[in-house]
Write a protein of this length. Structure first.
Length: 472
């Protein structure tokens, strides 16, 4: 048996999985919504994501545990000001690929790769582990030794194997010169069985994610030979029992870290993929109404917004009480970001004191973060103060928008004040009407911000240029 070097007998505390037939029947009879990842019966009305952070020049790199919440499972609010809620204190003193899992009793465990930074030549035989009751605190920190090989232990995932009455912890490792998935079984996430090969399809693989749905276990993974994501399935979930059934999926230049999510509302599934490189969009997503079919549809980036700088995360359904407890404990951001409606991978930012939109991610990443404060000329409106240039505000000057230091004149206050309105291109989004030029709205043109006369009767392209999503 492989064990943690310093185990502590603390209370048992991410994703959980298969419901037995009796539990499913009870749920149907009572009308209770039960997530198929857990035997713990509850109505899930929100989602939690765990992740670490990186940005193109690593100004946003942080290798602690970050958390975000979402009501719709697509648009995310980072908590704790996007700072880590806990950071490893042993091993490599940092983590990657955190995985939050709901155990059979409804409490949580977090597993993570023992690695800080991007030196992937550093091998660790351990995983970081924490327990949590409701994700408002993380206790019982320990490292679990998973194997004795001279290789990495990356990207853990876990599932409940009902036939064994144990949890399987699956992770990426190199075995005999090939990148495979290994598995150890456990009942308590403290002591684990000997490692064995779990999935080795004849080519190198990375980053598995496992979901048990009904009588089928699904394993999504990256094929290292072509960089695409694939789905495999098994009737038992036993080692080496999977058959790949999907075509390769890819968006952007490179993909990894598939993340399979069953929607809380029963409307189907989402599949997220990490971009691999911090210079590309952090995440892409697909949807499907039938997990068993080879039928994934790319989602428009208008429809989803991952947390700021988030990398290789995990997603889990949570209850309303858990959602509210996390928000109350960790707090929501004091800043906002503005996402373009017609260039949904672009965000409003300042660069050299010019207002513009640029494709995210970029550094300095703080250039896109704004404190939306009561309007300087009218508190019924809003003004945008730069987070990394405090005391500087977006204002228009000769119709062009720039970042200027507050001079507290009436003209400045008027130029820097806008009224929020329903989005001119989409009423669910937002447009910003100028305080002192009331027929003019904030918009982008050739990627630069300005104010122009735009109304509901303006051309569609102009209305889209003036429509933004407030996010964080």
């Amino acid at each position: 048996m492989n064990t943690a070097p310093t185990p502590h007998p603390l209370p048992l505390s991410r994703r959980a999985f298969t419901l037995g037939l009796l539990a499913s029947a009870a749920a149907t009879a009572t009308g209770v919504t039960i997530n198929p990842r857990a035997a713990f019966a509850a109505t899930y009305t929100g989602y939690v994501m765990t992740y670490f952070t990186e940005s193109p020049q690593f100004q946003g790199a942080d290798y602690g545990l970050h958390v975000a919440v979402s009501r719709d499972g697509l648009n995310w609010t980072p908590l704790n000001q996007n700072n880590p809620v806990v950071t490893p204190t042993a091993g490599e003193l940092g983590l990657r690929d955190p995985f939050v899992f709901r155990k059979q009793d409804g409490t949580f465990v977090v597993l993570a790769t023992d690695l800080r930074g991007t030196d992937f030549s550093r091998n660790s035989q351990y995983l970081h582990v924490w327990d949590s009751t409701n994700l408002t605190g993380f206790t019982g920190y320990r490292r679990i030794r998973m194997h004795t090989l001279n290789t990495h232990t990356w990207a853990p995932t876990a599932f409940w194997d009902a036939s064994r009455g144990q949890y399987g912890i699956v992770y990426s490792a190199n075995n005999g010169g090939r990148d495979v998935f290994m598995v150890n079984y456990t009942t308590d996430f403290r002591t684990v069985s000997a490692a064995q090969v779990y999935f080795s399809p004849g080519f190198d693989v990375l980053d598995g994610d496992i979901v048990v749905d009904g009588g089928t276990t699904y394993l999504y993974y990256k094929n290292l030979s072509n960089g695409n994501l694939y789905g495999a399935r098994s009737a038992t979930g036993a080692p080496n029992s999977y058959t790949t059934y999907t075509s390769g999926l890819r968006q952007g230049n490179a993909m990894e870290a598939p993340l399979l999510v069953k929607r809380n509302d029963g409307g189907g599934w989402w599949l997220w993929g990490d971009s691999f490189s911090p210079v590309n969009a952090d995440y892409y997503a697909w949807s499907s109404s039938n997990i068993g079919a080879n039928a994934w549809t790319e989602l428009n980036q208008r429809d989803y917004t991952p947390p700021l700088n988030a990398k290789h995360g995990s997603i889990l359904g949570i209850t309303d009480a858990e959602y509210n407890a996390m928000v109350n404990r960790w707090g929501t951001p004091i800043w906002v970001r503005l996402k373009s409606a017609n260039f949904p991978d672009y965000f409003v930012r300042h660069a050299n004191y010019v207002g513009r939109i640029d494709p995210y991610p970029f550094d300095p990443y703080q250039d896109q973060m704004w404190r939306m404060v009561p309007g300087l000329a009218d508190p019924a409106g809003v003004s945008f103060e730069s987070v990394n240039r405090p005391g500087n505000y977006l204002r228009h000057f000769d119709y062009a928008v720039r970042l200027d230091s507050l001079d507290d004149t009436a003209t400045f206050r008027a130029d820097a004040t806008f009224y929020r309105t329903a989005g001119l291109a989409d009423a669910a989004w937002t447009s910003f009407r100028s305080y002192n030029f009331p027929t003019h709205h904030l918009r982008h043109a050739n990627y630069l911000l300005r104010i122009d006369a735009i109304s509901a009767s303006s051309p569609a392209a102009d209305r889209q240029d003036a429509t933004f999503r407030l996010t964080s």
